[in-house]
Design a binder for this molecule. Structure first.
Ligand code: TXA
Ligand code: MG
Length: 315
């Protein structure tokens, strides 16, 4: 066992809370991807995240809290925000709201914006830490900026080694793809990042037609064109891979005779594909594969988030 990877026993959760209290960093599992956590009310702690991830300071962090009640100390929740939080929290939905007056969140964590992105994760280990620590935790995905997110504890170790005090091992992440970010500051709610909660699920609750963010005016600086990228060159929507490409496919129709092929769900299960995608990209990098081709992914349900990520990976 690597020395910074710990099992999530109650003793270790307590240790994690103490590290956070001392402005240290703790990586922990969430139901989406692993997060790299620091006290969200400490400029010093939050700065360490930017430094170690090599993340530009203009890209704000998601603030994790234990409950909607706690979230209301930091952000203003109007009707639709409350509605969505009641329905999807704890869970893979991040709500972008205006900062509340007197919000103690570090302005470094929110890149000096007047807004804050809040979420209550559902992974039991994440919730336990939040409940033990009692304060908000800023946590971007636990990977080097621009690269593939981590979906198990070893991925986190591969990126940061012993540079973080603790990595809590909560096994693999159920969804394997990041949370959906929704701007709920007005009645014109907008999806800023497609993710584990689908557009249809959000429509059912809000009854509002909403379009995915078109990426023209950069509201969320993290929506960078190139992101989620393995070292290998990635081509998407490929039906016939080139001989020198490693082929990632989906569904039974894609079981062709290409030599280097991996099918992430031969039954055509998009959830399963999302769950396995990041680990697969990281594995291919560690095998030193230089070229990856990915077959077309249906643009529905969580397929929209998958297409968003692989498109950015291919830039
Ligand atoms: O599933 C997730 O959301 C994971 C887990 C760990 O919770 N976190 C995650 O964080 O994906 P990160 O830092 O990789 O992505 C956060 C995104 C970035 O695109 C950032 O720009 C955006 O959220 N964001 C955060 N605060 C914002 C704000 N105040 N205004 C606009 N965008 C914001
Ligand atoms: Mg990220």
């Amino acid at each position: 066992m690597k020395k910074t990877i710990y099992m999530p026993s109650s003793k270790n959760i307590e240790k994690a809370a103490k590290i956070l209290e001392k402005n240290g960093l703790v990586a922990f599992p969430t139901e989406t991807v692993y997060g790299l956590g620091a006290s969200a009310i400490s400029d010093e702690a939050v700065s360490k995240i930017y430094e170690i991830k090599k993340r530009p300071f203009h890209n704000p962090l998601i603030i994790h809290v234990a409950s909607l009640e706690q979230a209301k100390n930091y952000g203003i929740f109007d009707y639709q925000a409350e509605n969505l939080a009641q329905k999807f929290w704890p869970g893979p939905l991040t709500l972008l709201v205006n900062k509340s007056i007197g919000s103690r969140i570090s302005s470094i964590a929110t890149s000096n914006l007047q807004t804050v992105a809040l979420r209550v994760p559902s992974h039991p280990v994440a919730l336990e830490i939040l409940k033990k620590y009692k304060k908000p935790i800023a946590a971007p995905s636990a990977n080097l900026s621009g690269t593939v997110s981590a979906t198990n504890a070893s991925h986190v170790f591969d990126d940061f080694g012993d540079n973080i005090e603790m990595i809590l091992d909560g096994d693999k992440c159920t969804h394997g793809i990041e949370s959906t970010i929704v701007d709920v500051r007005s009645e014109n709610i907008q999806i800023l990042r497609e993710g584990a909660i689908t557009k249809d699920q959000i429509f059912k609750i809000t009854k509002l037609e909403l379009d995915a963010y078109d990426g023209h005016k950069i509201l969320s600086p993290g929506q960078l064109e190139k992101h989620y990228s393995p070292k290998a060159r990635v081509r998407i929507n490929v039906k016939k891979p080139n001989a020198d490409e490693y082929f990632i496919t989906f569904g039974e129709k894609n079981n062709n005779n290409h030599v280097n092929t991996i099918n992430l769900s031969s039954t055509g299960d998009l959830q399963k594909f999302a769950h396995r995608l990041y680990a697969c990209l990281r594995d291919l990098d560690s095998m030193n594969i230089k070229k990856i081709a990915i077959s077309p992914i249906p643009h529905q349900g969580i397929g929209r988030a998958i297409n968003d990520r692989i498109k950015r990976a291919s830039k």
